[in-house]
Ligand binder design. Structure first.
Ligand SMILES: NC(=O)c1ccc[n+]([C@@H]2O[C@H](COP(=O)([O-])OP(=O)(O)OC[C@H]3O[C@@H](n4cnc5c(N)ncnc54)[C@H](OP(=O)(O)O)[C@@H]3O)[C@@H](O)[C@H]2O)c1
Length: 247
């Protein structure tokens, strides 16, 4: 069922986005890779193509709405349509609020929340015209549960839950599905960008005990793409994770 689907993935240069791209391309999807680090996504697109898959890379900063438009437009120009948008790009520079890392608050809101909205804005007109599509947004356990030091990150990820639920209600009649995925701890580069060294160390130690490999994300992404009727996308106003989720 994934074969020949056109899947746009933001944050495809590392971690779960890159793992999802490899997995979906190996299953026959045409993947369109967006991230700021062009060298990484160009190399990944070349790797996928050399392995017999189909991939294009488009340098994308999700805080720039025109970049998202170019990313999605490229998918449609190259492959004729967009079936799935995975709004995966995210940042997590955790710190307690009283450290006043206000630029980092702005960055989390711009990437994690506004970036998702810009992705939706770019894809929705095409999906509505097609009368089909699937938008998968990355929330987090932190979007459901609060932890000290993650107030702003949690706010962005619970914001993703809220806007996904609202969108789901609005677009169901257009045969567009909306799913959130809420991973727990996953071994990726996400912790590398925590600027407060004590917080970074504590999170690394915690993650070392419980984090699962980024490749675990494969199944989470592939399953709702293959089988949206069994995923959270069809549970109106529901945030429950897909039944086959194991993280
Ligand atoms: N790892 C976890 O434990 C965990 C748990 C729950 C949820 N999540 C969520 O999962 C998603 C993927 O994160 P990950 O764990 O795979 O971390 P990661 O390896 O750090 O990947 C994050 C991706 O986001 C991209 N990104 C960051 N800022 C961007 C921007 N302005 N424009 C475009 N792309 C941007 C990065 O690419 P460039 O730097 O090249 O732009 C990178 O590809 C995030 O939304 C994260 O919040 C992660």
């Amino acid at each position: 069922m994934i074969k020949d689907k056109v899947v746009v993935i933001t944050g495809a240069s590392s971690g779960m986005g890159a793992a999802a791209a490899r997995h979906l391309a190996a299953k026959g999807a045409n993947v369109v890779l967006g991230a700021r680090r062009s060298d990484r996504i160009d190399a990944l697109a070349a790797e996928i193509t050399e392995a017999g898959g189909k991939a294009v890379a488009v340098t994308t900063d999700v805080t720039r709405r025109e970049d998202l438009r170019t990313l999605v437009d490229t998918a449609v120009e190259t492959y004729g349509r967009i079936d799935v948008l995975i709004n995966n790009a995210g940042v997590m520079p955790l710190s307690p609020l009283d450290r006043l890392k206000i630029d980092e608050w702005d960055q989390m809101i711009d990437v994690n929340l506004k970036g998702v909205l810009y992705g939706i804005a770019a894809a929705l007109p095409y999906m509505k015209a097609q009368k089909s599509g699937h938008i998968i947004n990355l929330s987090s356990v932190a979007g459901h549960k609060l932890f000290g030091g993650s107030a702003v990150y949690s706010a962005t990820k619970s914001g993703v839950r809220a806007l996904s639920g609202g969108l789901r209600e609005e677009v169901a009649a257009d045969n567009i599905r909306v799913t959130i995925i809420s991973p727990g701890a996953v071994k990726t580069e996400l912790h590398d960008h925590i600027s407060e060294k004590d917080i970074q160390q504590a999170n690394r130690e915690f993650a070392a005990k419980i984090a699962v490999p980024a490749e675990t994300f494969d199944r989470l992404v592939a399953s709702p793409s293959v089988n949206p009727r069994t995923s959270a996308s069809t549970r109106s106003s529901s945030d429950r994770r897909p039944r086959n989720s194991d993280i």
